[in-house]
Design a binder for this molecule. Structure first.
Ligand SMILES: C[S@@+](CC[C@H](N)C(=O)[O-])C[C@H]1O[C@@H](n2cnc3c(N)ncnc32)[C@H](O)[C@@H]1O
Length: 311
């Protein structure tokens, strides 16, 4: 069985597999599961540009996709740079874009990557191992206020003040360098909750990962910059795993679906805004119980899809 099980694979790809030929971009290539499915189920004239910021993911995907080598190109980098990656590959129009956000099971399960509070590893959390700032760097360089905001906003964690206080207390004695140090410290200060099924450090780890990788900013840029490359009727499909990401996608699709955004009092449109997308999923598509039973990590996933329109 594949190590990282691609989430909502059939649901997402029914929107991306079309009769048309040309480039589809898988901007979160990971282990290449979604891409393999696209290539297996589409015409030979369909090619995929696979992007990932994790060099080890690209290497693994490349080995897996070897049978399709003539139909795949690879780009290492952050999908926030999608426009330049497309240009560098000589691509000016794409027929589809897939974003399957977050980390892969493999990234989560390798202790040295520092994403998980279940294994002891360095406080790293960089998806791009060539990136500069680790979670430890962030914990050491951010002010108390910045750290509180990160944990509050990105982790949607109510106990952010208490957590930062304890982090500072621990750092004043010894450097905070490992995932288990941080996870244990959080578990020790969180009020016992019998109703919560998640580990007490879940939200803080999510927050630090989002901040280290600047995830929300890059998502906004990728959505915006892909618009000019999407061919008429091309689709953009996004699988998100938490409410902050989903909100960004939902709001972006909604804003791009409307024409004029002038205040109602203005008699003649002054904004000249044009509709660029038509939403194909009024409500997000979620995994079936069967998929959740097989792959519990899919439980929080949501798929939204929109289609490019030129008016
Ligand atoms: C959930 S996994 C994708 C799994 C893949 N769809 C599959 O079926 O195997 C997400 C991948 O996207 C990459 N990634 C996440 N955010 C990224 C970004 N901003 N730019 C480039 N790659 C990113 C991660 O490194 C990870 O390998």
């Amino acid at each position: 069985m594949e190590y990282h099980q691609s989430v909502l694979k059939k649901e997402a790809l029914q929107f991306l597999i079309s009769a048309r030929e040309g480039w589809v971009v898988d901007a979160t290539l990971g282990d290449g599961g979604h891409t393999q499915y696209i290539l297996e189920n589409s015409k030979p004239g369909v090619k995929v540009l696979g992007i990932d910021q994790d060099p080890s993911a690209l290497k693994r995907a490349q080995a897996r996709l070897e049978p399709f080598r003539e139909r795949v190109a690879y780009a290492h980098g952050n999908f926030g740079g999608i426009a330049s990656m497309l240009r560098q590959n000589g691509i000016d129009k794409i027929q589809g874009l897939l974003l399957d956000l977050g980390v892969s099971s493999r990234q989560l399960d390798v202790a040295e990557r520092g994403f998980s509070f279940r294994f002891d590893g360095p406080l790293d959390m960089r998806m791009n191992t060539e990136g500069s700032i680790t979670a430890q760097d962030l914990l050491e360089s951010a002010s108390d206020r910045e750290l509180q905001n990160i944990i509050k906003e990105y982790g949607e964690e109510r106990h952010y003040k208490r957590i930062v206080r304890e982090i500072r207390k621990a750092q004043s004695k010894n450097p905070l360098t490992t995932t288990l140090q941080l996870a244990n410290l959080i578990s020790a200060v969180m009020p016992a909750s019998r109703s919560s099924r998640i580990h007490p450090a879940t939200r803080t780890f999510q927050a630090l990962r989002i901040a280290v990788n600047n995830e929300l900013h890059n998502l906004k840029i990728a959505l915006r910059d892909s618009l000019e490359f999407l061919d008429a009727a091309a689709r953009v499909a996004v699988i998100s795993f938490h409410s902050l990401e989903d909100r960004i996608v939902k709001n972006f699709f909604r804003d791009e679906e409307c024409d004029c955004v002038c205040p109602p009092k203005i008699p003649v449109c002054a904004c000249n805004k044009k509709q660029t997308l038509r939403v194909l999923t009024r409500r997000p598509i979620q995994p079936s119980q069967e998929e959740i039973d097989i792959n519990p990590r899919s439980a929080s996933s949501k798929l939204r899809v929109a289609e490019r329109v030129y008016v």
